[in-house]
Write a protein that binds this ligand. Structure first.
Ligand SMILES: [Fe+2]
Length: 326
């Protein structure tokens, strides 16, 4: 255990009277921590749940290892954080578990191949465009995302996370003033807007478009968070075309600074929980560079409409709000 983990386990003076249930080992100074000493397949007591929530609040994304968790147990764990949503506003979940979205890396590779019909020798190298916040094309994106590694290759398929509160803090005061007052239009990406089968529950499969404050107040801490989704933001309300492009480029650069990031290397049965109100993520980052299989399962915990610095609440421009399954 690192010195930092020992210090965290010791807790603040008010916590020292009761022994910590979990061990929190930070991965970097500002984002990511590995949590050990807890079996997520078992019911958790209130103190354990509160300690896990505090670790997510402090470290934005937390990593558990060796959690051999069933679909039912995964959902039971997710409900400690709030009601669960369906798997995705557009894609359907598993037949028996509509809250669970199973993703295999082959889907990414097939999609990439489908989109570019030119022979490989004529295909231009692509910039990696995977940085995103989950499901911000709806006005009430999920609050937490929980991802479990079902089938993980021995190498490849890592996930990156970046701290969007740190990205906001790192801006100069004059740029903070600018972004504080802006709203961003988020819409379904070309992938999400692709040909979709009708949903079994009859809900619309989009398109979805929403207006979010560019800076949101964190729902628990009140911190200002740069709520910039590189995958779905098309433009900022009120800016001209070139102003938009400069700001898109600047913010992409800022949120992807290495010092705000942690890189998670998966193992089979790893489980990750992130605060979708405070991080952006990218993964699997290198699916085009390796051919091994990789399958993960995701559930998402419902969230409110984000609130901006001036009290503005996110609004749907097209499509419904993300519903809740309980
Ligand atoms: Fe995601």
């Amino acid at each position: 255990m690192s010195n930092a983990a020992v210090a965290l386990r010791a807790g603040t003076p008010s916590q020292q009277s009761r022994r910590s249930r979990i061990i929190v080992s930070p991965s970097t100074p500002i984002i990511g921590a590995e949590i050990s000493g807890v079996d997520l397949t078992q019911p958790l007591d209130d103190q354990t749940v509160e300690e896990i929530k505090a670790a997510i609040r402090d470290w934005r994304v937390v990593f558990f290892r060796d959690q051999d968790i069933s679909n039912e147990q995964l959902k039971a764990f997710g409900r400690y954080f709030g009601p669960l949503t369906p798997a995705h506003p557009i894609s359907e979940g598993l037949d028996d578990h509509p809250e669970i979205w199973e993703r295999s890396v082959e889907e990414y590779r097939t999609r990439r191949a489908d989109r570019d019909s030119r022979p490989p020798s004529k295909q231009a190298p692509r910039d990696y465009k995977g940085w995103h916040i989950d499901i911000t094309f709806v006005a009430n994106p999920n609050r937490f995302s929980i991802l479990h590694g079902t089938s993980i290759p021995p190498y490849g398929g890592d996930t990156l996370f970046t701290n969007l509160a740190a990205a906001y803090e790192g801006l100069s005061p004059k740029i903070r003033d600018l972004v504080d007052g802006l709203k961003a239009v988020h819409q379904t990406s070309s992938y999400d807007a692709g040909d979709r089968k009708p949903r079994k529950d009859g809900r619309s499969t989009g398109p979805f478009v929403s207006l979010h404050p560019l800076v949101r107040l964190h729902p628990e801490t009140g911190e200002r968070v740069l709520f910039f989704n590189a995958g779905t933001v098309t433009h900022f309300a009120g800016l001209k075309e070139r102003e938009n492009q400069f700001l898109l480029d600047l913010l992409f650069h800022e949120i992807t600074r290495p010092e705000y990031q942690v890189r998670f290397r998966w193992q089979p049965k790893s489980l990750v929980v992130w605060d979708n109100a405070a991080v952006s993520h990218a993964g699997p980052i290198d699916y085009a560079q390796f051919s091994l299989g990789r399958t993960v399962r995701r559930i998402t915990v419902a969230g409110d409409r984000p609130e901006g610095v001036d009290g503005f609440r996110s609004q749907p421009l097209e499509g419904e709000l993300f519903n809740v399954l309980g």
